[in-house]
Design a protein around this ligand. Structure first.
Ligand code: HEM
Length: 79
């Protein structure tokens, strides 16, 4: 997946707000799993493997960008 282009700054701002919400790094994986499980629950067979893969790739891209921008390359959370 390519770069996030013109939405990149919005994602950075969103990441900073999530630090203020008290979100922890490890919660990103959990929220991603729940999001995809919800899609499956609602869409059933219409949530095809290809669609799941596309959403997994998108979520991973956004979440990893948010984590890196909010916590830095070393993943250090504020005290
Ligand atoms: C790719 C990952 C995520 C995206 C795109 C996302 C997106 C959003 C958006 C658009 C909002 C609305 C408020 C705002 O714009 O600041 C929001 C609020 C919030 N998110 Fe996330 N989020 C993500 C991950 C997470 C994770 C991992 C958690 C951890 C539990 C979380 C917890 C929250 C909380 C607590 C709020 C504030 C709710 C409120 O008080 O109104 N988010 N998120």
């Amino acid at each position: 997946m390519g770069d996030l282009g013109h939405v990149w700054q919005s994602i950075v701002d969103l990441a900073i707000r999530h630090v203020r919400y008290g979100v922890k790094i490890e919660q990103y994986a959990f929220v991603g799993d729940v999001l995809l499980d919800t899609f499956k629950h609602i869409l059933g067979d219409r949530f095809t493997p290809a669609t799941r893969e596309a959403w997994e790739a998108l979520y991973a891209k956004i979440a990893s960008t948010m984590i890196r921008e909010a916590y830095g390359d070393y993943g250090i959370e504020p005290k």
